[in-house]
Design a protein around this ligand. Structure first.
Ligand code: 4AZ
Length: 284
């Protein structure tokens, strides 16, 4: 009953970046080789996580994404490469890929906006896209205890205020085995790495893709904790002023979990204006 009241209040206030199911990392727990160096999550602890499936001779896991409103999800532009919108669908409330989850719902995609500069400044640049979900009732996704939107940052949001961030996905658990998808949603706690450090010669300096200001590096320079294939498009969520904010979108990296090769994410705050405009355009 109390839970129902909280949901009704959250729905009414359109609060983003909150959750009813908590997930605290126990640093002493033996790390399992998941996401890379992550943990299995409790169902509903990342209620903004969506699964993007592609139909390539049958529906299958393709990428992650993040729900930001009743009708809009964000993902990485590279996840949409060579696919028509009829070959894509979004699942919300997903937890275990080999089961029917209690709160899961599937949506077709009505419209896609890929960032106009995608790949303009290198192979992995401006890797962001906005998806409008198609639903029979025009209201879109119904939020519940296991399905909630994440907040978007403003251009000026100081993401360095976040003391910890979490990347989530069903992606590969071993970097040399891209087929080792996880059944249950995984989460790993990662540090934000400043651009200057990430551009060092022994990290991503002097490589084929320059680290742009529109990118964000996160992980562990020692290696061992990272996103990997199949996590792409999924959220890097940071807690800022008590709310989870979509700080990064899983984009690329040299392998997964390697020393001095952190994960590279699309820096969502950099796109705040484009996102506002695109979401407005798609919602109206
Ligand atoms: C990929 O192939 C991919 N370690 C995603 C994330 C990272 C590397 C590769 C970051 O989708």
């Amino acid at each position: 009953m109390l839970r129902l009241i909280v949901i009704l209040i959250l729905d009414y206030l359109e609060v983003c970046g909150t959750r009813l199911i908590n997930h605290f990392f126990n640093q002493h727990e033996w790390p399992q080789p998941k996401i890379i160096g992550g943990y299995s999550t409790p169902y509903g602890a990342y209620p903004w996580q969506v699964e993007l499936q592609a139909n390539i001779g049958g529906w299958e896991h393709h990428c992650g994404g993040a729900l930001v409103s009743e009708t809009i999800a964000l993902t990485a532009a590279h996840c949409l490469k060579n696919l028509k919108k009829s070959q894509l669908r979004i699942l919300v409330g997903k937890h275990n890929l080999s089961k029917n989850d209690k709160h899961e719902k599937t949506y077709k995609i009505q419209k896609i906006l890929v960032h106009p500069d995608f790949r303009k400044d290198g192979p992995h640049s401006h890797d962001i896209a906005v998806l409008k979900l198609h639903s029979a009732n025009s209201k879109g996704v119904r939020f519940d205890s296991h399905v909630q939107p994440i907040c978007l940052p403003e251009y000026h949001t100081n993401i360095n205020e976040a003391n910890w961030c979490t990347v989530t996905g069903w992606g590969a658990q071993k970097q040399d085995d891209m087929t080792s998808l996880s059944k249950v949603l995984q989460a790993a706690s990662v540090h934000l790495i400043d651009l200057e450090t990430c551009r060092h010669d022994d990290i991503y300096g002097g490589r084929h893709q320059f680290i742009l200001d529109s990118m964000l590096c996160a992980g562990n320079l020692e290696g061992g904790v990272d996103a990997c294939g199949g996590d792409s498009g999924g959220p890097l969520a940071c807690q800022i002023n008590g709310k989870f904010v979509l700080t990064g979108v899983v984009s690329w990296g040299d392998g997964c979990g390697k020393k001095n090769r952190p994960g590279v994410y699309t820096r969502v705050s950099y796109y705040a204006d484009w996102l506002k405009q695109s979401i407005f355009e798609l919602e109206t």
